[in-house]
Design a protein around this ligand. Structure first.
Ligand SMILES: CC(C)(COP(=O)(O)OP(=O)(O)OC[C@H]1O[C@@H](n2cnc3c(N)ncnc32)[C@H](O)[C@@H]1OP(=O)(O)O)[C@@H](O)C(=O)NCCC(=O)NCCS
Length: 172
């Protein structure tokens, strides 16, 4: 399985169907999925993993599995997502940390590494984060990364803030 990034505490690698146990448990958790319409069934989690594999093949990135670098236990998913938002191709930062590992700085650590990777390897003027207005924890991650809310949009049928960080802002 392809390793993408290493940070101080995390390893990010491509996920495989052998990770389904963890992914299904995470996506079935009502706290983790609070800002989605509902938690995912095992079949939906399987489709989720398949969708990430399609993204890796098509875009070169997607949600990656985030593991504790020391124990190699998965703690969540962090990655880059190719999304069309208001008619524009965007690179969206995504973070979903499993409930037992919240508030340890993992989303910020993984998100910062993904943002830096995007600016290093992709010819994009900005990265964005799509965050539901109710999702205060995720807005905290975006702000901690230095992102700013710049517009509102309807994405996947739901109202979202568009947070952005431009290439120039990231280099400051
Ligand atoms: C949002 C989420 C990814 C945050 O992950 P995390 O690893 O706990 O976040 P961090 O520890 O890096 O927190 C960074 C900052 O975000 C804010 N924050 C995180 N969790 C918060 C909470 N429960 N309440 C208020 N602010 C919160 C804080 O400002 C925090 O900085 P601080 O700890 O120095 O005060 C996690 O809660 C999660 O996976 N939620 C469910 C899935 C989800 O909503 N994903 C995002 C979809 S857009």
């Amino acid at each position: 399985m392809k390793t993408i990034l290493q940070t101080r505490r995390l390893v990010l690698r491509e996920m495989a169907m052998t990770d389904l146990e963890f992914v299904a448990e995470q996506l079935a958790d009502p706290d983790v999925m609070r800002y989605w319409p509902r938690p995912h069934t095992r079949e939906e989690a399987e489709a989720w993993v398949r969708r990430q594999q399609e993204r890796y093949a098509r875009d070169g990135f997607g949600y990656w599995l985030a593991l504790d670098g020391a124990t190699r236990h998965p703690i969540g998913q962090v990655g880059l997502l190719a999304h069309e938002v208001d008619g524009r191709a965007e690179v969206d930062l995504g973070w979903i940390i499993h409930r037992p590992f919240w508030r340890l700085g993992y989303a910020t650590e993984g998100g910062a590494a993904c943002r830096d990777l995007a600016f290093r390897t992709l010819d994009v003027p900005r990265v964005i984060a799509l965050v539901r207005p109710e999702n205060v924890p995720s807005q905290g991650v975006a702000r901690k990364l230095g992102m700013r809310p710049v517009s509102r949009t309807v994405f996947a049928g739901l109202d979202h803030w568009v947070f952005e960080q431009t290439r120039e802002d990231a280099l400051l």
